[in-house]
Design a protein around this ligand. Sequence first.
Ligand code: URA
Length: 208
Amino acid sequence: MSEVRSLFEKPAKALPRMSFEEARTKSATCTLCRLKDSRTNVVFGEGSEKSLVMFIGEGPGEVEDQTGRPFVGPAGQKLTEILESAGIKREEVYICNMVKCRPPGNRVPQKDEVEACWPYLQTQIQHIKPKIIVALGNVPAQYLLKTTDGITKIRGQFFKWKDGIEIYPMFHPSYLLRNPSKEKGSPKYLAWQDILQLKKRMDEFRNV
Ligand code: URA
């Protein structure tokens, strides 16, 4: 794994440093990338701002774009189900995405879109100060860890990142919807192991 970017690096020139509330307000009318043209709502993020854990997905899907809330469509229902299976309440974690606006047709967000949106995400991370960031799928995992390794290789491991934060890549819930087998070794089977391991790590942090 190559060296990771500093969380406290200078933000992109386009946006000076900002508070969490400024990030929310500015993102609501953001025009920094082409995703502004097709969005209905900006999906900033939601959940506990005191959470030990932040879940970061790729970008809003159709239902998220309509409602302005992250992970509330089919992938969101799967995420909630995975959390609950390990005894983690959705409200106790913070959930957001690499890009705050829906990529047309749910395509993967492009690198320049992720870069344009980074100052918002950076501000969210600085404000919440999570101990663990769960990177859902290749886009957040590869961007945050600066790696080209795929999610199948890096999932289920805690990587030391910046400022004492650990990055924990997991399969994206949409991938689990497309691969419903629960057989031993299947993505779903591995995801259930990964969430239990995450819960264990959360409990360790709580007990120190
Ligand atoms: N997929 C994502 O990556 N994020 C969402 O908010 C919904 C679906």
